[in-house]
Design a protein around this ligand. Structure first.
Ligand SMILES: Cc1cc2nc3c(=O)[nH]c(=O)nc-3n(C[C@H](O)[C@H](O)[C@H](O)COP(=O)(O)O)c2cc1C
Length: 188
């Protein structure tokens, strides 16, 4: 099969889609939708988020050195899109999306009550990469709704997360299970 050359770019797809909350020195919490998100270390647990410096949330994270990664379920797809097309500079997105801020345990940024999983992070490193700045945060607390916790871990079928495909700019759900880690060696 012939291959075609494409322009070098971040064609990686799909990506997670999350709602990140932050709160700056004015004490007003904000929500931003992010797709440039990842796990960067298991121990200590570290996650990365990348934001353009033009985002209001960028300013808030610079001020507080903290953020919360909230995982939305499919039921929150409209709220997730809304938080990605409106700026907190102009609107209170908690009010606009009908979402509820809940004080976090360790960081100065709220959890989103309606999201089944909330990951509190403290910024440990900031990488100025170009268009985006990457914040590497250490996970300092994790919260999950009782209904999505199974055997001390998370039940993905209960969370019903969804992904974003930058190529078609669409949100997709996860479909069906097609295998498992180590199933070719008889595991799972
Ligand atoms: C699906 C989706 C993914 C996005 N991912 C990012 C991202 O990874 N980084 C970023 O800086 N902006 C991203 N955005 C854009 C911001 O969410 C958007 O500009 C938002 O309005 C900024 O909010 P704020 O100014 O209140 O911080 C994304 C938007 C959508 C809809």
């Amino acid at each position: 099969m012939a291959k075609k050359n494409l322009q070098p770019g971040t064609v990686f797809s799909p990506t997670p889609v999350v709602l990140v909350t932050a709160q700056g020195s004015d004490g007003k919490p904000n929500i931003i939708t992010l797709a440039w998100v990842g796990i960067v270390s298991s121990g200590p647990p570290m996650m990365s988020i990348s934001l353009r410096s033009s985002r209001h949330s960028h300013k808030l994270i610079e001020e507080s050195s903290a953020f919360v990664i909230n995982i939305p379920s499919e039921a929150l797809v409209r709220e997730t899109d809304y938080c990605g097309v409106v700026s907190g500079r102009k609107e209170d997105k908690f009010e606009g999306a009908g979402l509820t801020p809940v004080p976090a345990e360790k960081v100065n940024a709220p959890l989103i009550l309606e999201c089944p999983v909330n990951i509190e992070c403290e910024v440990r490193q900031t990488l100025r990469l170009g268009v985006h700045d990457m914040y590497i945060g250490e996970v300092v607390a994790v919260h999950a709704d009782e209904e999505v916790v199974q055997d001390g871990g998370l039940n993905i079928a209960a969370i019903r997360p969804f992904v974003f495909c930058p190529g078609d700019a669409r949100y997709w759900n996860l479909g069906t299970v097609i295998g498992g880690y180590g199933f070719t060696k008889g595991k799972l």
